[in-house]
Design a binder for this molecule. Structure first.
Ligand code: G3I
Ligand code: 9MR
Length: 585
């Protein structure tokens, strides 16, 4: 009888557990985990009143922590009503799940040191997976090994890009570099902000990066892997400058986007199109910053730093002579053939590009001629960086290298410092988006095409302000946006492929779609919620903060892009470098 009863209880218990075996989508939390001493919050969506939450072992046998849910909050950007489960006081390293009676179990998560080490490394490795003009070998690429795509050794001068020595259809060679995104084109403007962000990560955390290995073909050399990766794109950028006059072509591209095919199958004719002020100035900034950074590696890379600076100065001269050359693709297509309909990256305001380029040049030449341009730029309202907005990267450089700059720059730098601190303080002043306990998402305007990168650029700002003020109040909000990306958001997805039990599986990324491998290429940051939904795909959820669909059709919310991955590289690695602030002593 006793045995029968026990059997009955076991069967009943296992049925009960199976009922809840599937993790509840109502529990949004960072699906990777937390540092021991960091804030730890899960968000329970539409939970009944008066219930508690429990932190359990993954096998659900042991209960480690019990707490009450906070009062409900109506989200401002969706119909979700959320309750906060705060278990920051629980600091024991291990593997756990959260249990909320009547709601269910969360995805598993860890509490430990180095908790973001793998995602931080993968965010850099993602750039290796984006490399054009070389095969990805199994020993580095694992399951995602693939053939070489786009040698780009025979690229045509488009009719829009004709110059005295380069008639239409002249062939040039512009190999290497990273594919921009889910498409296979290579755009200088977007490379600009991407490279600036990656190199700034190195400049801010050199000791950390000097030993970080990502298992790429260059890993055995004496150069840190982050800089090996950056160098791959830098060498491509060199080839996009016309050495005759210093101007830089806007992009190396097909006329039309490829189908969803592998790189080696994408063999459409490639062009470089019109030179422009934006690509040329972004090129200046990147080359100047590179000349500074790679100088340290002159024995391994003889002449590189000098070549970068020469290229930067030549490009600067072109931009000064051609200060207003916009890239207006529609206009271009009225005048030249074939029409080019790939990504436009068509900025029209170059004040910030002049500023950034001048900052980087000042920082490596100390030539006060550049200070003029810097001082002329009156930045009324600081805005987060994006492909078209590059004031802040310039500001970060001035602040970072302040001690090395001419004293005449001090007044300007003081002013900029105040404005940046102000921007950061405003960002954290009201506690951010209360429904998800993140700084990101407090404004409707955060949810743009590539919103994930807005979150990461906010964190970069906060981390920079921490670096130059030493004030720790900026750290937890910066970390909170990592929680957002890894699952504590209104969609419940982790937006980093390969990381988290419910991570994006179907990014708009041609190799991931075409390679016949179930898992997407790992370490890629998808764009995230974008109520614009310009792709016109089917979205089951369409509210501001839920307008995301894990479908490879959805390029407006589920594409990946180098300028989004780069701020993830900065933040995930910076946080790992600074983690002692979040660990129990
Ligand atoms: O600037 C306006 C702003 O004033 C307005 O409030 C807001 C309202 O939606 O729109 C803003 O413009 C947006 C612009 O990005 C700047 O953020 C446009 O709506 C939006 O359509 C535009 O999206 C860009 C998209 O290309 C389409 O051109 C994305 O920023 C950009 O990241 C994306 O980049 C593509 C490349 O073209 C091709 N390769 C893939 C890559 C990623 O999707
Ligand atoms: O694949 C393209 C993606 O990289 C771009 O971000 C996006 C917007 O420019 O366009 C995608 O290409 C689509 C094209 O614009 C319209 N036809 C469908 C294409 C997607 O397969």
């Amino acid at each position: 009888m006793f045995k029968l009863n026990t059997l009955f209880i076991v069967i009943f218990a296992s049925l009960f557990l199976q009922l809840y075996a599937q993790s509840s989508k109502q529990i949004s939390l960072n699906q990777i985990g937390f540092y021991t001493n960091a804030p730890k919050v899960a968000i329970i969506i539409n939970a009944p009143d008066g219930i508690k939450f429990y932190v359990l072992s993954v096998n659900k046998k042991d209960t480690f922590f019990k707490g009450s849910l906070c009062s409900p909050v109506q989200s401002l950007y969706s119909s979700a009503i959320t309750k906060n489960a705060n278990f920051s006081d629980f600091k024991k390293a291990g593997d756990y799940i959260l249990y909320v009676p009547t709601v269910g179990f969360s995805y598993p998560f860890k509490i430990k040191k180095n908790v973001y080490h793998e995602v931080a490394k993968a965010s850099i490795k993602a750039f290796y997976f984006q490399r054009a003009s070389m095969p990805l070998e199994k020993q580095y690429a694992g399951d995602w090994a693939r053939k070489e795509g786009h040698p780009d050794t025979a690229v045509f001068i488009h009719a829009s890009a004709v110059s005295e020595k380069r008639a239409a259809n002249t062939v040039i060679s512009t190999p290497g570099g990273w594919y921009d995104a889910g498409d296979y084109n290579k755009y200088i403007v977007n490379s600009g902000i991407t490279m600036g962000t990656m190199m700034s990560a190195y400049e801010d955390f050199p000791v950390y990066f000097d030993t970080l290995q990502t298992n790429i073909p260059e890993s055995a050399d004496a150069i840190p892997d982050l800089l090996n990766e950056v160098l791959y794109n830098l060498r491509w950028m060199f080839t996009m400058q016309d050495k005759e006059d210093g101007g830089v072509y806007h992009k190396c591209t097909n006329a039309k986007f490829d189908a969803m095919i592998m790189p080696d199958a994408a063999i459409a004719k490639r062009y470089v199109v019109q030179k422009g002020t934006a690509p040329t100035l972004d090129f200046v900034a990147v080359m100047a910053q590179a000349s500074r950074i790679y100088k340290k590696f002159s024995p391994q890379l003889p002449g590189l730093a000098d070549s970068c600076l020469i290229a930067a100065k030549l490009a600067w001269q072109w931009a000064v002579k051609n200060p207003g050359v916009i890239y207006d693709q529609d206009e271009m297509n009225k005048n030249f053939s074939p029409p080019v309909v790939t990504g436009a990256y068509g900025d029209k305001n170059f004040k910030d590009e002049f500023f950034w380029a001048a900052c980087e040049l000042l920082a490596c030449t100390s030539n006060t001629a550049y200070l003029d341009t810097i001082q002329k730029r009156s930045i009324n309202e600081m805005t987060l960086p994006s492909w078209s907005d590059v004031d802040l990267p310039g500001c970060y450089t001035l602040l970072r290298l302040r001690k090395l700059l001419p004293a005449t720059a001090n007044v300007t730098i003081d002013l900029i410092t105040k404005k940046i601190i102000n921007l950061a303080d405003n960002m954290i002043a009201n506690g951010g988006n209360k429904a998800f306990a993140t700084i990101f998402g407090q404004s409707k305007n955060d949810f743009i095409w590539g919103s994930s990168a807005v979150a990461m650029n906010e964190s970069i700002l906060l981390l920079n302000v921490y670096l130059f003020t030493g004030d720790k109040k900026y750290l937890s909000p910066a970390l909170g946006n990592i929680d957002y990306l890894l699952g504590r958001n209104a969609t419940g997805y982790s937006f980093v492929t390969g990381f988290g039990a419910r991570a994006a599986m179907h990014p708009h990324h041609r190799p991931s779609v075409a390679d016949n491998i179930v898992a997407p290429v790992p370490g890629l940051l998808v764009g995230g919620p974008n109520p614009g939904m310009q792709d016109k795909c089917f979205y089951a959820d369409t509210e501001t903060e839920t307008a995301y669909t894990d479908d490879d059709c959805a390029y407006a919310s589920n594409e990946i892009a180098i300028n989004w991955n780069a701020p993830l590289v900065y933040v995930a690695n910076a946080i790992e470098a600074l983690q002692s602030q979040f660990l129990n002593k």
